[in-house]
Every structure is written in structure tokens, then in C-alpha cells.
Design a protein around this ligand. Structure first.
Ligand code: SF4
Length: 362
């Protein structure tokens, strides 16, 4: 995997059994969209997220009454994946939920009601030895900072984060992760770059309210991807107005695109051009669909012509180069068998099975 990124070193924080920061891989997070009181659906969604590659799952705790449901969820998940409780406004929820087995708490100290209340949340987390994410957000920045900076700016977000980090430091609580999310991509990039120069606390990245997949994937890929390429960020969530499984899928695509981590098959497909003589778009879609749950970390190419295809995709472990009514299966750019158009997909899958055997996946 080509990866020239020099990652900025941060200190390690443990979220359940998962390490974040330090030498740990960059972690993928997502958040459930089910009603927390619907324990059955929430547990099912958490398991689905875990199976899709989500390494830390956040759940909303909207009221004190919800703490009992979180307790049930944590018990049923039984350490499969770390659970983070997301709390807004009411510090008592944070104190109560710290006691029911969650692995981290996420608060925005700016909207929790002042230093004394945050101090009490710290005590509860200290007693349970669980980390806190200080989640600074462009949508809920403290009033004094908005006034000082004449609006929400990257510097204002950074100052808020540093102020809280300093407070946590003085309270003797270093078990923290911090985020400075903004809905504006350049602002979010600037804020994280500046914050990264000032602290070695692990950073959780995200573009907040990124929107539906159509625009949200692009915003997240640019915002999160730029920072990861700078070596900044220890964990992240792609926020989308969509099924959270899509967030996890996109998160892995970002990691794969940057050569940071691999998971499953990486599909390479040519854009097609005037040389293409088959319906390559639907063939590429079929290949993607049939391989979507495949765990083997290989590159698979789907190319529109035999002349340029194998060469252009020589970095692929295996691929199809289609011609007129027929095509070739190639490995590392070398054609190995010629098949009729309708046999290409099965021919590719057979070759992938052989690769799995060779790599010891079977
Ligand atoms: Fe065109 Fe062939 Fe390149 Fe695909 S691989 S874009 S069909 S030249």
C-alpha cells in the first residue's frame, strides 16, 4: 500500500478494549439512528455496524430516563464493540450513564452548564475510569468566544477546545479525546490543523451536519481526508443523513483511498470511453455488489477494453478487461484467460477464490 503519510503522534486513550491515538490504527466510528429506548433495534444496529467495520459506536442519551435503556444495551453488547454515550445539556445524564458500563462519554462542555457541572462529570468518569470526548462544535460554541472572534471561526473553535483541555488538565484528568467539528469544510480543516499543533490529545475528526450522501460524502472525504493526509486525526466519524452503515462504508473508503488501512476489496474501474464495447457500468456495479462483504484485502479491476485495460490496472491483483462479446481475466496486468462476455463475472470470482487460497484465506 502506497502511504507517504507521517502521522502526528498523540497519546493513547483506551475506549473499552480499543486503543485510540498512540500507535493504534485510525479508528472508524459511527452513531446509531434507532431510538435508544428501542433496545432491540439499537442492539441490532450496533451489531450490524460492528460487522461492517465500525470500531466504536456512539448512542444518544436524550434524557435521564434513557439511562436504563443504555444499561440494557451495554449488557447485551457485552464488550463486542465500545459504546460511547452522547450527552447534551444535562450533566446529570452524563453522571448517571457513567455508572452503567459505557466505555466513553461525549459531551460538549460548553453546553453542559459551567465548570462545576463539568467537574462533577469528570469525577463520575474518573470513578469508572472511562474517557471523555470534549466535543466542541461550530453549532454550540460558547457565547463569549463568538463575541471575541466576531462569529464562529476556526480560532474560536480551537480556543474553546484548549480552554476545556486546560480545565481537564487542572482537574488532573488526562483521559480525554477532543474534536472541533464544523459544518464548513475549510473551517474544520483549519481548526484541526491549529489544534493539532497545540496538543497531543487524540483528535476525533468530523464534518458536522455534512448532509445527505450526495454532498456529505464529498464534504467528509475532503475534510477528513485532507487532515488524515496531513497525519492529523486518530479516529473519525463520517456524519451522513443516511443509514449509519453508509457512514462506515464511506469511512473505510476514505482510509483505503489514502492507503492508511485496508478492509475488503478495493474496486478499480475505468470511466469507460469510446473504446468500450460492453455495458461496463452495470458489470462494475455487479462486481461491487457481489464482493461487498468479501473480507480479503485485494484490488479488483473492471476495465472497458483489452488494449489499455490490463496495463492501466496493473496495480490490481485481478481484473476483467472487456472486449466485444468477450474479454480477458488478468492478474497483475497479465491476461490469463479469455472468456465470453457472460462468463466474465464468474471467471473473475473463480480467480478470486484461487487468490484466497493462495493468501491462506480458505
Ligand atoms: Fe477507455 Fe480502455 Fe481506458 Fe477504459 S481502459 S477508459 S475503455 S481506454
Amino acid at each position: 500500500m502506497y502511504n507517504p503519510i507521517k502521522r502526528k503522534r498523540t497519546r493513547e486513550v483506551k475506549i473499552g478494549k480499543i486503543g485510540v491515538g498512540g500507535n493504534n490504527p485510525i479508528r472508524v466510528q459511527s452513531m446509531t439512528t434507532t431510538k435508544t429506548e428501542d433496545v432491540e433495534s439499537t442492539v441490532n444496529q450496533i451489531i450490524q455496524l460492528y460487522e461492517a467495520g465500525c470500531e466504536i459506536v456512539r448512542i444518544a442519551v436524550p434524557s435521564r430516563n434513557h439511562v436504563q435503556y443504555v444499561k440494557d444495551i451495554v449488557r447485551r453488547i457485552n464488550g463486542l464493540v465500545p459504546i460511547v454515550a452522547d450527552i447534551h445539556f444535562d450533566y446529570k445524564i452524563a453522571i448517571m450513564v457513567a455508572d452503567v458500563g459505557v466505555n466513553k462519554i461525549r459531551i460538549n462542555p460548553g453546553n453542559i452548564g459551567g465548570f462545576q457541572k463539568v467537574r462533577e462529570v469528570i469525577s463520575a468518569c474518573k470513578a469508572n475510569n472511562i474517557p471523555i470526548r470534549i466535543g466542541v462544535n461550530s453549532g454550540s460554541l460558547e457565547r463569549d468566544l463568538i463575541d471575541k472572534y466576531n462569529g464562529v471561526t476556526a480560532d474560536a473553535l480551537v480556543e474553546s477546545a484548549l480552554r476545556w483541555l486546560d480545565f481537564f488538565d487542572k482537574e488532573g484528568y488526562l483521559n480525554v479525546v477532543v474534536s472541533v467539528k464544523s459544518a464548513i469544510v475549510p473551517q474544520m480543516i483549519e481548526a484541526y490543523r491549529k489544534l493539532s499543533e497545540k496538543t497531543d490529545v487524540p483528535l476525533h475528526l468530523g464534518v458536522t451536519e455534512a448532509g445527505t450522501p450526495k454532498s456529505g460524502i464529498i464534504k467528509s472525504a475532503i475534510g477528513i481526508g485532507s487532515l488524515l493526509y496531513d497525519g492529523i486525526g486518530d479516529t473519525f466519524r463520517v456524519s451522513l443523513t443516511a443509514d449509519p452503515l453508509e457512514e462506515v462504508r464511506v469511512a473505510w473508503e476514505i482510509l483505503k483511498a489514502l492507503g492508511i488501512r485496508s478492509r475488503g476489496v478495493d474496486i478499480i474501474a475505468c470511466p469507460t470511453c469510446g473504446r468500450t464495447k460492453i455495458d461496463l457500468i452495470s458489470l462494475a456495479e455487479k462486481v461491487e455488489k457481489v464482493l461487498e462483504n468479501e473480507k480479503i484485502p485485494i484490488k479488483v479491476a473492471v476495465m472497458g477494453c483489452e488494449v489499455n485495460g490490463p496495463g492501466e490496472a496493473s496495480m490490481a491483483d485481478v481484473g476483467i478487461a472487456a472486449g466485444k462479446g468477450q474479454g480477458v481475466i488478468f492478474r497483475k496486468g497479465i491476461p490469463i484467460k479469455r472468456l465470453k462476455e457472460e462468463e466474465l463475472l464468474n471467471g473473475l470470482l473463480e480467480e478470486i477464490e484461487k487468490i484466497k487460497e493462495e493468501m491462506g484465506y480458505k
